[in-house]
Structure formats: C-alpha cells, structure tokens
Design a protein around this ligand. Structure first.
Ligand SMILES: Nc1ncnc2c1ncn2[C@@H]1O[C@H](COP(=O)(O)OP(=O)(O)OP(=O)(O)O)[C@@H](O)[C@H]1O
Length: 368
C-alpha cells in the first residue's frame, strides 16, 4: 500500500506584517509519519509551525491537510477547525483544572470522556495522578499531561514546539523516545520543532533543516548525515571537518590524506578544487598504516572515544575509535580514511565559502 499524503506545504511564504520570515517552502508529510523542523534560533521554525496551526496567515503558497486547503494568501481556516493538536514548550496546562480535567478539556462532549481520559493517562504513565493539579507535578509529568490533552480529540496532526527544552539531559532523552513510541503506537502524525539535532533524530522519520528562512533539505536523518545537499546541512548536522582536495575522477579525490574513493560520481571537471567532508566515523584506526596523525585532544564517550587528530601539515581531523584501545594525547596513531559516502562541495566562490559555521559543526581547516 502506498503511503497516504497528509500534509503539504507548497511554495509557502509566511512571516509577520511585511516581514517575510520563511520563503519558498515545500514539504510533504505522509500519514503516520513524524517530521521535524530543525535549525538554529531565528531561522523560522516556529513561524512555520504557527502557520500550519493557523495562528499566522500565509503570504504566498498554500497549506493542505488531508486533501483540504487550510491556508493560502487571503484565507486562513480558523485554528479550532483544523483538527490540529499542539504541545508547547511551557506545557500551557490550565492551572485550576486537575490533571484528568486538563486531559478531558478538548473532549467535554465525548460520551466516553472518562474512559478515554483514563486510557490516555495510562498511556502517558500518569494513571495514578489524575486528581493532582499541574503545580503538583514535575516538568516531565506536566509535559505528559500536555501530550495526553493534545491527543484526546484525536487530531489529524500534532504539532510539538520545542516540547522537551524545559527538561534536562536524561529526562529529555527518555521522554523524546517515549513520545515517539506513543505517537507511533497510535499512528498519530506529527511535526516537531527543535534546534537539537539529537532530539530531531531520536523522534522523527523526516527532518527539515532550515537556514535563514529557507528549507535546505527535507530528508531522513541517515541521508542528512551521510548525504547532505549543502555545506550548511553538512555543518549543522553531525560533526566533522572539511579538508581541501582536487577531484581526480568522478569518484576519487586527491587530498593530503591520499586518494579517497567514494561511492558516488561528481560531475565537475577533473582537477576542480573541492571541499571534502570527513566525519569522525570516516577516519578509522589502522595501526599499520603509513598515514600517521598526532592525538591533540580526546573525549571519552563510553563505548567509543572521540579523538582530535593533527596531521604533519597542521590539518586537524576528528576520529571515533572503539574505546578498548586507549591512546594518549601526544601519541601518534595510524589512520585510514573509509569515507564510502564521499561528500564533496565545490570549493572557492561557491556558497560553501560563505557559510557561517556553528561552533559544534563542521570546521573548515585547510586551504591551499
Ligand atoms: N510575533 C512576531 N512579530 C514579528 N517578528 C517575529 C515574531 N515572532 C518571531 N519573529 C521573527 O521571525 C524570525 C523567526 O522567528 P521564529 O520564532 O520562527 O524562529 P525559530 O527558528 O523558531 O527560532 P527559535 O529556535 O529561537 O524559537 C525571527 O527573526 C524573529 O525575530
């Protein structure tokens, strides 16, 4: 059975008054899928989510949900008529209502209201707390109530705006996995907004990376990591370094690490200058390799260790090695490049050179 299209944004522009924040946005979500809008602060994720919810009008293009156009320039179907549920960062629970009353709020006329409420409270593991008030719950528990409340009217689509960002570390990770399991078990379609890549990958089937109001790539987490379409996506998603290289053949590039062969063909002329993306998992520990690098930094991650390496030319790289063998800063280690997913961008004068790189992303280190 082919997947059923649920949500389409076509040629969408949205923003505030005369200020266009998001431009030329096209994306599609199938029923039952979880999508995510990911990007740095201010890139337009929340603005897009608010347009989908019907809180903001669209300036150009249209939004279609379940075969019905719900927004286009000059027309905005009222939010309460969209069958869209919302979960907010600050939970937005009604303080004067109990947990159970909060969950039942959107289904007051439902004949099996109490049963549905009890089932949802069980689903979010709060079956025993229905009589409490929101202020008597932890942040994580309040967000579970908020999720149960949003699910109660069986929305066609659930929108989650930074739902875990008020929670810390471990709880955040646990709840994000749990929310995915709950949505998948119920077949609920959802769009999540976050600036946290780990969260985006843990929860979503498809992720859209935004940069300055434009969607750069809408893809699976795997493809965003291994096959980024733009230098910005390569930088924003995952870690790594760019090194300079020269295209030799469509599949091979010459670099200071030797000739690297990938599994895709590039159509630039032989000899073109390119930037080669090297992720930490592209650099493999190879004790007998003639290619040596000095360890200049080290982060123990448990099962693996992330090393910062420096080549004799001064170029730095990152590498992930299994943590069984422990190497010390200052030591030299043999390495090999195993970058099957060889990712290259045209160097100089291309958009690559103008990208502002976030601190935790890909760094551009060598030039010649
Ligand atoms: N109500 C508003 N009126 C005018 N401009 C706004 C309004 N809300 C947001 N903006 C502007 O729109 C741009 C995008 O904001 P938006 O909230 O969509 O970003 P975001 O990607 O969700 O960022 P964050 O992760 O910080 O929430 C910003 O430049 C912001 O200043």
């Amino acid at each position: 059975m082919s997947p059923r299209l649920l949500l389409s944004l076509r040629g969408l522009a949205c923003g505030y008054q005369d200020h266009q924040v998001v431009q030329q946005l096209n994306l599609h979500l199938n029923a039952g899928d979880i999508g995510c809008l990911l990007g740095p602060s201010g890139c337009g994720k929340t603005t897009t989510l608010r347009a989908i919810a019907g809180f903001e009008p669209v300036l150009e293009g249209e939004i279609e949900l379940g075969g019905e156009v719900i927004s286009r320039a000059g027309f905005t179907l009222a939010p309460e008529k969209r069958r869209i549920g919302m979960v907010f960062q600050d939970y937005a629970l009604f303080p004067h209502l109990t947990v159970a009353e909060n969950v039942a709020f959107g289904i007051r006329k439902h004949p099996q209201r109490e049963q549905v409420t009890a089932e949802l409270l069980d689903l979010v593991k709060l079956g025993h707390l229905g009589k409490r008030y929101p202020h008597e719950l932890s942040g994580g528990q309040q967000q579970r109530v908020s999720l149960a409340r949003a699910l109660a009217p069986e929305p066609k689509l659930l929108l989650l705006d930074e739902p875990f960002s008020n929670l810390d570390g471990e709880l955040r990770r646990r709840l994000s996995h749990e929310v995915r399991d709950i949505l998948k078990a119920r077949g609920t379609s959802a769009i999540l907004v976050t600036h946290d890549q780990e969260e985006a990958f843990a929860v979503s089937d498809h992720v859209g990376v935004f940069h300055e109001g434009r969607l750069q790539q809408w893809d699976t987490p795997y493809n965003l990591y291994h096959e980024p379409l733009t230098p910005f996506v390569a930088s924003f998603v995952g870690q790594g370094y760019f090194i300079r290289g020269q295209l030799q053949t469509p599949e091979t590039v010459h670099t200071e690490l030797g000739v690297i062969r990938g599994n895709r063909a590039y159509t630039w002329a032989a000899g073109s200058a390119v930037d080669v993306l090297l992720r930490p998992d592209d650099i493999v520990y190879a004790p007998d390799s003639p290619l040596q690098a000095q360890i200049v930094g080290k982060t123990f991650l448990g099962a693996a260790t992330l090393y910062r390496l420096q080549l004799s030319t001064g170029t730095q790289l990152e590498a992930i090695f299994p943590s069984h063998a422990d190497h010390q800063p200052g030591q030299s280690v043999g390495i090999r490049v195993a970058a099957d997913h060889l990712v290259l961008f045209a160097a100089q004068g291309s958009v690559a050179a103008q990208v502002k790189l976030p601190e935790s992303g890909v760094r551009r280190v060598s030039s010649n």
